[in-house]
Ligand binder design. Structure first.
Ligand code: PGA
Length: 257
């Protein structure tokens, strides 16, 4: 089954209002080249309404989508600091990131809460990008598959079938922000393993429909190699997504795959 590829950018805690608008102008200036692409950005929450309004003013097309970097699983309530999926929808979001390794490392995100966020997003009409990935010590110790299995376990026990449009992101922690990308063979191996796990939980069809993105030091010069792998269905780009030129170079590399 042919899965279309998704080029997503995680802006983390970067970009001002003006920088966001400038990014959108650069993207819109080259819109005709990317009409067939699926581009997605995850800005900080307060930038979401700016993005929605500015993209509309620019006459931006549906090739760009956006979503928050984390999401709660209830529509509203006394949950200080969280982002409501209902509000996210109102702000034009179509996706939400869940379980990014920085949420796990600095903010106490667990396999359970990440799974609840991802599935909660789907209950409110958003599509999740659910992040998993091992630390360096786990890779060196030969525990990569074990870690991936554990990270997915609560998700698969909460959801017996795959929600439509659900994506995974394999992001080895040792490759994030380090400039040390996984080789395309390492990425393919981990993605293939994940696809097998998904098949066990959600069946072959569910596994064929789920997209698995690769993240961790994706740059214009390694994107093509990674995106050419059979089980790499897109990328989740951090640093190189902040600059519209490099983000679009990655999107252009994707068109050649
Ligand atoms: P990076 O970040 O591309 O800067 O390594 C990836 C991510 O954290 O999603």
């Amino acid at each position: 089954m042919k899965r279309s590829k998704l080029i997503s950018g995680n802006w983390k805690m970067y970009k001002s209002v003006e920088e966001t608008k400038a990014f959108l102008r650069s993207l819109q200036a080259r819109a005709s080249e990317f009409q067939e692409s699926e581009l997605l950005v995850f800005p900080q929450g307060p930038l979401l309404p700016i993005l929605r309004d500015e993209w509309k003013v620019l006459g931006g097309g549906s090739f760009l989508q956006w979503g928050p970097q984390s999401i709660y699983w209830e529509g509203q309530g006394a949950f200080t600091g969280e982002i409501s999926p209902v509000l996210a929808r109102e702000l034009g979001c179509t996706y939400a990131l869940a379980g990014h390794s920085e949420r796990r490392q600095f903010f106490g995100e667990t396999n359970e809460s990440a799974a609840k966020r991802a599935l909660g997003a789907h209950q409110f009409g958003l599509k999740a990008v659910f992040c998993v990935g091992e630390q360096l010590a786990d890779r060196d110790g030969g525990r990569t598959f074990e870690i991936l299995r554990a990270q997915c376990a609560p998700l698969f026990s909460l959801a017996k079938s795959g929600p439509e449009g659900f994506s995974f992101a394999y992001e080895p922690v040792w490759a994030i922000g380090t400039g040390r990308t996984a080789t395309s063979a390492q990425a393919q191996e981990a993605h293939h393993f994940l696809r097998g796990l998904i098949a066990q939980a959600w069946g072959e069809d569910g596994a064929n429909r789920a997209r698995i993105l690769y993240g961790g030091s994706v740059k214009p010069d390694n994107a093509r190699d990674l995106l050419s792998q059979a089980d790499v269905d897109g990328v989740l780009v951090g640093g190189a997504s902040l600059d519209p030129t490099s983000f679009l170079q990655i999107a252009a590399a994707c068109k050649e795959c």
